[in-house]
Design a protein around this ligand. Structure first.
Ligand code: ADE
Length: 233
């Protein structure tokens, strides 16, 4: 399954590093696409301006609705008001729906995503109201822009696609997955089997797959229980 992701941003160069990472390259090599559109290339304003000060005063800058409309029209040759009917157009904003594993899975099942990165908290409200199908947050804190949040979304989504991790089974039984009833992951160990007297649990060295599976599910349940009871670990 291949996916097309378009990221609209004032800082496309941020994504050059991200696109070079192994798991991302793995997915791109299998036919998926990750491309950036620079808002500045489509602004009707001089000097590549894409953001502006808020009406009514206040701190910070906002992404302009005419700039976003220009960029979406140039990319998709369509009215952005209609676009969101046939494509997930997602604004990254701290007040949006919180990203979790279920949402990452939902997005990974889409053929195409459009991610819009604002400045600070910043979109002109009309962008959210008329052009976007979703508003998505990676946490209740304000980043300097949506770029890092978009990378987090891309990372969480792309690693769910076949081939990302090199091993087809690796993302199906990880933290918060259905295989673990949405619970946190069990503890992992690698060589050496002993370090400073700290032994790896014997069951993991036993080669007994059924018992290992049982042990892992039990640890995952314990961790879920501990998370429900604050103060306990
Ligand atoms: N843009 C700025 N802060 C953000 C956040 N926490 N989540 C998503 N987008 C953002």
């Amino acid at each position: 399954m291949a996916m097309e992701i378009d990221v609209f941003t004032l800082f496309p160069e941020w994504f050059e590093w991200f696109a070079c990472q192994r798991h991302v390259r793995n997915v791109l090599a299998r036919g998926s696409r990750l491309e950036c559109v620079n808002f500045r290339d489509h602004t009707p304003l001089s000097g590549g301006q894409g953001d502006d000060t808020p009406f009514g005063g206040g701190a910070g800058m906002l992404l302009r609705v005419d700039v976003v409309e220009g960029a979406l029209r140039a990319r998709y040759a369509a009215d952005p008001v209609d676009l969101r009917e046939r494509r997930r157009v997602i604004a990254l904003t701290p007040g949006g729906r919180m990203l979790d594993d279920a949402l990452a899975r939902e997005l990974a099942a889409e053929p195409a995503l459009t991610l819009l990165c604002g400045r600070y908290e910043g979109f002109d409200e009309r962008i959210l109201e008329h052009f976007c199908s979703d508003r998505l947050s990676i946490g209740r804190y304000v980043l300097a822009g949506g770029e890092l949040a978009a990378m987090v979304v891309c990372d969480a989504v792309l690693r769910k696609l076949p081939g990302a991790l090199g091993d087809e089974s690796s993302s199906s039984e990880e933290s918060f997955s259905e295989a673990l009833d949405g619970g946190p992951e069990y503890p992992h160990y690698t060589r050496p089997a002993e370090h400073r007297g700290w032994r790896v649990p014997e069951v993991l060295l036993s080669g007994h797959h059924e018992r290992i599976g049982e042990w892992r599910r039990e640890r995952s349940r314990e961790r879920a229980q501990a998370q429900r009871e604050p103060g306990e670990r």
